[in-house]
Design a protein around this ligand. Structure first.
Ligand code: 2YG
Length: 268
């Protein structure tokens, strides 16, 4: 999954209201219901958790180090859901200790490989790739008025794509996978997944979850179904500017928010 850059996320907090109202309109669900569906918990449980659970976000300096404003954006998203949340002053292990000393029941932290939410008291862990896939599948389900027995194409058989495949199956969808890597297709075919390898077949599917973290703008309008609903955590977006313009509000996409509210629901 793509490493975020400060430039991409620095204005996220002040744009959260617009993000929320657009996503609620697209998915026909409140953020709470969307997060509860994606996190497979009841809305009531998530609501009551927001009253009693304190959340800490811990900066991690490992590897390539801090991403400017990353932790404060994660905290802003969590705060937008009504939770009491703070970013620790200390980083890394000291930050985890500070979180526990200040009464946090859940800790969010990310290195270059994993972005996790941990609820130590309940031994619950949520990993961002899995949560992100679940969040975008849930949003697509809301937008499509349900996915049961409907064909959904997943683009990209990586970590996020495989989580999308399994959550789509849980939601009753008929899944098909497209990837441009024959080895990936072979492996998943061996697991009983229907696969396509020809990019020209993508236009047959009006419901798509795009988990291809590859090049920007490789999907053009003529490669896509006219009635397309497109849910994508891919950074950058795979659609070219003409397709992005044409499909407009039928494109469900963000850089961090939907995955974070799903992580929150998965550890409450
Ligand atoms: O604490 C910090 O500031 C850094 N250690 C955060 C590093 C995060 C690296 N990971 C990413 O940028 C993305 N994989 C995060 C999730 C993207 C949205 N799905």
């Amino acid at each position: 999954m793509t490493r975020l850059q400060t430039d991409w996320i620095k204005n996220m907090e002040k744009e959260l209201p617009q993000w929320a109202s657009r996503l609620e309109a697209q998915s026909n669900m409140s953020l709470f219901n969307l997060a509860a569906l994606a996190g497979d918990i009841s809305r009531g449980r998530l609501k009551s958790a927001s009253w009693r659970t304190k959340i800490a976000v811990v900066p991690v300096t490992a590897g390539l180090g801090l991403i400017g404003t990353f932790c404060s954006q994660v905290a802003a998203i969590i705060r937008h859901m009504g939770f009491d949340v703070f970013v620790t002053d200390a980083t890394d292990v000291s930050g985890i200790y500070e979180a526990s000393q200040k009464g946090a029941g859940v800790v969010f932290l990310a290195d270059d490989t994993y972005f996790l939410a941990l609820n130590m008291s309940k031994n619950l862990i949520s990993e961002n790739s899995d949560a992100t896939a679940r969040g975008f599948v849930a949003a697509l389900e809301g937008a499509a008025g349900g996915l049961r027995d409907k064909e959904v194409l997943v683009i990209g058989g990586g970590r996020v794509g495989r989580s999308a495949l399994s959550f789509l199956k849980c939601r009753g969808a008929e899944v098909i996978l497209y990837d441009n890597n024959e080895d990936v297709l072979k492996e998943l075919r061996g697991q009983g997944v229907r696969t396509i390898g020809d990019v020209a077949e993508i236009k047959k599917y009006p419901l798509i979850v795009d988990c291809s973290f590859s090049d920007e703008g490789w999907l053009s309008k003529d490669m896509l179904h006219p009635d397309l609903l497109f849910a994508s955590p891919a950074v950058p977006l795979s659609l070219d500017s003409e397709a992005a313009e044409f499909y407009g509000d039928r494109i469900i996409h963000d850089l961090l928010q939907l995955g974070v509210i799903t992580m929150l629901a998965m550890v409450c």
